[in-house]
Ligand binder design. Structure first.
Ligand code: FRU
Length: 542
């Protein structure tokens, strides 16, 4: 990181400067990955008059920043070009649907297409002359109607899409039909709605194979029950993304989640993470998801940095074998950045011990560690009233000794350990079953004041008697992105160390429990810096 900019990321996507929030319109088209994002080009703070930032990549690692794809200058989006999604139509034609805030401050949905399909970067986009293509429905507040999904085509020849909304605090995913992607009509009943959840932002609706890690394109039909459908929505009131898994029948236009969407539903990430959106990558037949990772420092800090907002590292996403939850894993392209591998096996970590992982750049690293536990009969009972894992992580932070745990990693640790971000596990039993809690404890992450140092926590659905406890953590200066249980539980945190920066940061495996644990395997790498270049006006990459 350049001096004076210790918090810029090396391999997590960021614009050159200023504000970024939601990922928008990701797609692969003719050899190029496109990433668009909610961008305020005029400062490191949110402003409703959003632009669509645009960057392209061959590998989802190295990026070229282009000019904004959409700017708010037309009557149907003059007050902001808000979030939306890409669809690649049959015949290999991309389209974009996005929310505009119109001249009357109403949220409407707009269509746009690339100006020149032979431009490999699709730099210029043409907004459709008939915009808006979807108007505010009757009875819906003007600021409660946004974020169209990728559209999907079914056997009846009709395209479908969802728009997030609410009515009287009931969160709604409105369903629309169209023959031509220009004329849309609202279906009588929404695809789904849940009372009391408030507005649903950035809905994401897609199929997953029941027995494969491969992704599925959004329009694939489901002849023999090989697919389930995931509905993810962002609850604005919570600033959290929740999802349900269910069965979708397009003939009946019916979506039935297996569990009701509630505030204790599954989450894509239990940390600082919102407005995520997935897309199908036809090259590697996978579904990839990115999410907005907001700052937790102050507005004054944002002004001083000149930027705010990063994206989570792209993750492959698929259905767990048990069909009960999604699994996520950093895309394999991360290996392009690996260097200086260190590894060891079968190392006992006595209760109360620390083991430094040396030989890598601890501020810019990829770490995989697995723990093996024995004598689990001795495990502590979980207080039955402790059903909120985030609360467990907050009350029992990394300094509180238990029996099995806390054990895990101390990332971005300063020499004297006054600064450290602890990602760790605790194991309990409850009603004769094991309970594994995963925590990301930011309470000592920085000596700086004025930062939100909230701790995060979630359960990991594994049986520690049979399975080793796996942790993978991506460390990138001001973001610590962790994958527990092989991708069952993800927790992303933002941190702003003042001592543990650049070459001064250290990394440890630790065990503050009284019982010993065995590190069955550790592999860690320094990560090279990804290239983030601005395109020169001539069209030549710098
Ligand atoms: C989610 C969101 C979307 C909206 C966009 C505006 O973070 O509020 O609902 O389209 O951000 O930037």
């Amino acid at each position: 990181a350049a001096s004076g900019q210790p918090y810029r990321t090396a391999f997590h996507f960021q614009p050159p400067q200023n504000w970024m929030n939601d990922p928008n319109g990701q797609m692969w088209y003719n050899g190029v990955y496109h990433f668009f994002y909610q961008h305020n080009p005029f400062g490191p703070f949110f402003n409703i008059r959003m632009h669509w930032g645009h960057s392209v990549s061959q590998d989802l690692i190295n990026w070229i920043h282009l000019d904004s794809a959409f700017t708010p200058i037309d009557p149907f989006d003059i007050n902001g070009c808000w979030s939306g999604s890409a669809t690649i139509l049959p015949g290999n034609k991309p389209i974009m649907l996005y929310t505009g805030i119109d001249s009357e401050n109403r949220q409407v949905q707009n269509l746009a297409v690339p100006k020149d399909l032979s431009d490999p970067y699709l730099k210029e986009w043409v907004k459709h002359g008939g915009n808006p293509v979807i108007n505010l429905p009757e009875g819906i507040q003007p600021d409660d109607f946004r974020d169209p999904t990728t559209t999907w085509l079914q056997e009846d020849g009709k395209w479908r899409l969802l728009v997030g909304s609410q009515k009287d605090k009931t969160g709604i995913a409105f369903l629309y039909h169209s023959d031509d992607l220009v004329n849309w009509s609202k279906h009588d009943s929404p695809l789904h709605q849940v009372p009391g959840t408030g507005i649903w932002e950035c809905p994401d609706f897609f199929p997953v194979w029941v027995d494969s890690m491969n992704g599925v394109d959004t329009s694939v039909m489901n002849p023999s029950n090989e697919l389930k459908h995931v509905l993810k929505v962002g609850l604005q009131d919570q600033f959290k993304d929740y999802y349900v898994i269910g069965n979708y029948s397009p003939e009946k236009e019916h979506y039935v989640p297996e569990d009701e969407l509630t505030l204790s539903s599954l989450r894509r990430d239990y940390g600082r993470y919102y407005a995520s959106k997935s897309f199908f990558d036809p090259v590697k037949k996978r579904r990839i998801i990115m999410g907005w990772v907001h700052e937790t420092d102050s507005e004054a800090d944002a002004i001083a940095k000149g930027w705010a907002g990063v994206q989570s590292f792209p993750r492959s996403i698929w259905l767990d074998k048990n069909q009960k939850q999604l699994l996520q894993w950093p895309i394999e392209e991360i290996e392009m950045l690996h260097e200086n591998k260190v590894s060891f096996q079968n190392k006992k970590l006595e209760g109360g011990s620390l083991h430094e992982i040396q030989g890598i750049t601890a501020s810019q690293a990829d770490v995989k560690i697995s723990f093996k536990l024995s004598n689990l009969e001795e495990v502590e009972e979980l207080d039955p009233s402790w059903d909120d894992p985030q609360l467990i992580c907050t009350e029992s932070d990394a300094s509180k000794k238990g029996k099995f745990g806390p054990f895990g990693l101390l990332a971005l640790a300063s020499n004297d350990l006054t600064e450290q971000t602890a990602i760790f596990f605790r194991v309990f039993q409850k009603n004769g079953r094991y309970v594994v809690v995963m925590c990301s404890d930011q309470s000592r992450s920085s000596t700086k004041n004025g930062i939100d140092k909230t701790s995060y926590g979630a359960f990991v659905d594994i049986d520690p008697q049979q399975d080793e406890i796996l942790l993978r953590t991506l460390i990138d200066h001001s973001i610590v992105e962790s994958f527990g249980g092989g991708g069952k539980t993800c927790i992303t945190a933002r941190v702003y160390p003042t001592l543990a920066i650049g070459g001064d940061a250290r990394l440890f495996a630790f065990n503050h429990g009284t019982e010993s644990v065995v590190i069955s395997e550790l592999s860690a790498w320094s990560l090279k810096k990804a290239r983030f270049n601005k395109e020169k006006p001539s069209g030549v990459e710098i």
